[in-house]
Design a protein around this ligand. Structure first.
Ligand SMILES: Cc1cc2nc3c(=O)[nH]c(=O)nc-3n(C[C@H](O)[C@H](O)[C@H](O)COP(=O)(O)OP(=O)(O)OC[C@H]3O[C@@H](n4cnc5c(N)ncnc54)[C@H](O)[C@@H]3O)c2cc1C
Length: 394
């Protein structure tokens, strides 16, 4: 007889483990999480793991804010240590987006986010030696920062296990089973597991599972790179996390004496099964140049490492989170678009609420619906900073 479960979660990244954890906390029994390799084998394990509330729309800010509460209180809410580092966060924009930044900050303040616009003096205090000629506005979040993405997923998985979830690694789901027009379970490389509810959270590996179901979503896997630079002599300042929308880059401290930087130039399409996990020499040059353009002290900084990871971009650069209407019982968080580590605690909570209570209660997920592309209504933010479809890897 085939094995059965109440819910099968496919994917052991931050979003899959968070979903499994939250299902268990809401009382769901017989939950199985299947991961083809190890926990955090996908984008999560490679994430820059910035946790900031500053988005150019309310719904992602709300997901980030609800998630921040979990990062801040991880030991009590989940258990274990997620490596939370509240170093603060700075958002920089070009002159032409100054008003948009002010409007976004005002909206975020009404959501209860600890954010404010800062002047040049404060910016210089936060980032000694910063070049600001091309900066038209800066926002500061005192309570934001970054976490350890591996520790976060490990923490969710361990907590889910403690609550009775069967977390199984080294098991690949080969297809989703549909019977009589609704989801019936999954087939793995070992066995069939019959289940009335399946949650797909497979990151960059989503298409082989979605396409046979007729779910032709506009999703493309991308390889994203980061590089790490040792602080130059005399630099001892553990700076805040920065998103530099002028140079399309982001940075955060890495360890006690280095800075990790990502630059959007570093993205390219790739096969998630064969991609190169190392960093390209040209990317290292570009990253150093970009870093030094904002902080000239880093012009000769020593490269100390780097890596590449795979994300799944949707056509409008926003995740798809849905109960797929054409297949009752099938839920998914796909098309993470390189921005879904920081929101994973709330996304998992919302998916679990949807499954257990029939609707997500924490945050309304309607804007993330899978049908928005077919409706001809891809996501667009009014107060974006110029590359509204390129919110990647941060
Ligand atoms: C370099 C880099 C920097 C980033 N920086 C940030 C940042 O600063 N802030 C931020 O919020 N986000 C950032 N991101 C994005 C963030 O890491 C991802 O959005 C997030 O981790 C996605 O989590 P996930 O659980 O949805 O997917 P993943 O972490 O990709 O997990 C999917 C899992 O599913 C498994 N899987 C796939 N197919 C199957 C199958 N058929 N059967 C079983 N298992 C399967 C995979 O092995 C994988 O472990 C970054 C990403 C990268 C690569």
């Amino acid at each position: 007889m085939a094995r059965t479960a109440d819910v099968v979660v496919v994917g052991g990244g931050a979003n899959g483990t968070s979903t499994a954890f939250h299902l268990a906390t809401l009382g769901m029994k017989n939950v199985v999480l299947l991961e083809r390799r190890q926990i955090a084998a996908g984008a999560t394990g490679k994430s820059g793991s910035l946790v900031r509330m500053h988005y150019t729309n309310d719904v992602e800010s709300r997901l980030a804010l609800e998630s921040l509460k979990v990062f801040q209180d991880f030991a009590d809410v989940v258990g274990g240590d997620c490596g939370w580092s509240p170093v603060g966060f700075v958002q920089l924009v070009k002159h032409q987006y100054r008003e948009a930044l002010h409007r976004n900050v005002a909206r975020q303040q009404t959501l209860g986010i600890d954010t404010r616009v800062i002047d040049d003096r404060e910016l210089r205090d936060l980032l000694p030696g910063v070049v600001i000629d091309d900066v038209g506005g800066a926002a500061y979040e005192r309570s934001s920062g970054f976490a350890d993405p591996n520790a976060t997923a490990f923490g969710f998985a361990a907590a889910a296990r403690r609550l009775g979830v069967s977390v199984e690694t080294g098991v690949r789901v080969t297809r989703v089973l549909v019977e009589h027009g609704r989801v019936a379970g999954v087939e793995t490389d070992r066995e069939r597991i019959m289940a009335p509810t399946v949650v797909l959270v497979p990151g960059a590996w989503a298409n082989p599972l979605l396409q046979p179901l007729g779910l032709a979503l506009p999703l493309a896997p991308f390889r994203i790179q980061i590089s790490i630079f040792r602080w130059p002599p005399g630099w001892t300042h553990r700076h805040p996390v920065v998103i530099d929308a002028v140079h399309h880059s982001w940075m955060r401290p890495e360890g006690p004496n280095a800075t990790l930087i990502g630059v959007e130039l570093g993205r390219s399409g790739a096969d998630p099964d064969t991609y190169d996990e190392g960093v390209d020499p040209q990317f290292v040059q570009d990253a150093r140049t970009t870093l030094a353009a904002r902080l000239p002290a880093f012009a000769d900084a020593t490269m100390r490492g780097g890596w590449a990871g795979m994300i799944m971009m949707s056509d409008d650069g926003r995740p798809i989170i849905d109960q797929f209407p054409s297949i009752p019982g099938l839920y998914g968080m796909v098309g993470d678009s390189g921005t879904s580590f920081k929101t994973s605690p709330a996304i998992g909570r919302c998916l679990a609420e949807w499954i257990v209570h029939g609707t997500p209660k924490l945050v309304d997920l309607t804007p993330f619906r899978s049908t928005r592309f077919a409706e001809g209504k891809p996501w667009v933010d009014d107060d974006h900073y110029g590359r509204e479809r390129l919110t990647i890897s941060r």
